[in-house]
Design a protein around this ligand. Structure first.
Ligand code: NDP
Length: 255
C-alpha cells in the first residue's frame, strides 16, 4: 500500500454504512487500514454488515444513530471516539428518497427527506468537527447525487436536498480549511442498491434508460465508490477540498 493511500491508525465513521453505497465505501476504507464504525438505524442490518467486514479482517463496530437527530449524531461521534480511539474520517452517506410528482408530496414527506439527507449531513458534520479539529485535521466526504446536477420530475425534494449537500460541502470546505479538514462530495451515478431497486419498481423504463445513457453501459455497484472514498480519506487528497466529483460511468458527461 502506498503511504499516500494508507489509512492505518485512522478511524472512520460511515453513516448508512450498513448497506448499499455506504458499505461499499466502508469496505474500501477498511481495506486501506482504517477502523470503521458503520452507522444505521436497523441493528440487524448493521450486525450483518459488521460480521461481513470482520470476516474480511476489518476492525469494525456498528453504531445505532438517526442522522436526522442532532443529539443522536453527537452520541454517534462520542461512541466512535470512545470505542475506536479517535475520529479522522466522516462519511455522510445516509439518505432516502420518495418518488412521486412534486404536487403530491405531503409536508411530512418533504420534511423527512430534507431532515435525513440535508439536515442529517449538517448534524453529522457539526458533531464531528471538534474531534476532527482536535486531531489536527481530518476528512469529510458527503454524498450528493446526479440530482445535485440535474432535475427529475419524480424527485423534487431529493434533488433539493442533494443540491444543498453540494453547497454545504463547499461552505464547510472554505470554513474548515484552517483546521486542515478537507470536505468533498461524491456524486454517484446510478448504483444498484436497495434504494434504486425501489426506484426501478417506481419509475417505468428506468433500468433500460440508465444503461442506455451511461457511457460505461452498466449500473454501478457499491464497490465502485470504494476507490474515491479511499482517495478522499487519505493524504493523497490533502490539496483537494470543496469539490463535487461524479462517480457515474460518464453519465453526467453525456448530453
Ligand atoms: P440504501 O437505501 O441502500 O442505504 C441507505 C442507508 O442510509 C442505509 O444504510 C440506512 O440504514 C441509512 N439511513 C437511512 N436513514 C437514516 C437515518 N435517519 N439515520 C441513519 N442512517 C440512515 O441506499 P444507497 O446505498 O443507494 O444510498 C446511499 C446514499 O447514496 C444516499 O445518500 C443516496 O441518496 C446516495 N445516492 C445513491 C445513488 C444510487 O444510485 N443508489 C445515487 C446517488 C446518490 P438504516 O436502514 O439502518 O437506517
Amino acid at each position: 500500500m502506498s503511504a499516500r493511500f494508507d489509512l492505518s491508525g485512522r478511524v472512520a465513521v460511515v453513516t448508512g454504512g450498513n448497506g448499499g453505497i455506504g458499505l461499499g465505501m466502508a469496505r474500501g476504507l477498511a481495506e486501506a487500514g482504517a477502523a470503521v464504525a458503520l452507522v444505521g438505524r436497523d441493528e440487524a442490518k448493521s450486525a450483518a454488515a459488521v460480521a461481513a467486514l470482520e470476516a474480511e479482517g476489518a476492525r469494525v463496530i456498528g453504531i445505532r444513530a438517526d442522522v436526522a437527530d442532532a443529539a443522536s449524531c453527537e452520541a454517534m461521534v462520542e461512541t466512535a471516539v470512545r470505542r475506536l480511539g479517535g475520529l479522522h474520517i466522516l462519511v455522510c452517506n445516509a439518505g432516502i428518497n420518495i418518488r412521486k410528482p412534486p404536487e403530491t408530496y405531503t409536508a411530512e414527506e418533504w420534511r423527512r427527506i430534507l431532515a435525513i439527507n440535508l439536515d442529517g449531513t449538517w448534524n453529522c458534520c457539526l458533531a464531528a468537527y471538534p474531534a476532527l479539529r482536535d486531531a489536527g485535521g481530518g476528512k469529510i466526504i458527503t454524498n450528493g447525487s446526479m440530482l445535485s446536477l440535474f432535475g427529475a420530475p419524480f424527485a423534487a425534494p431529493y434533488a433539493a436536498s442533494k443540491g444543498g449537500v453540494v453547497q454545504l460541502t463547499k461552505s464547510l470546505a472554505t470554513a474548515w480549511a484552517k483546521d486542515n479538514i478537507q470536505v468533498n462530495c461524491v456524486l454517484p451515478g446510478w448504483i444498484d442498491t436497495e434504494l434504486t431497486r425501489r426506484a426501478r419498481r417506481d419509475v417505468d423504463g428506468l433500468d433500460r434508460k440508465v444503461v442506455e445513457r451511461t457511457p460505461a453501459g452498466r449500473w454501478g455497484v457499491p464497490e465502485d465508490l470504494a476507490g474515491i472514498a479511499v482517495f478522499l480519506a487519505s493524504p493523497a487528497s490533502d490539496f483537494v477540498t470543496g469539490t463535487a466529483i461524479p462517480v457515474d460511468g460518464g453519465y453526467s458527461a453525456q448530453l
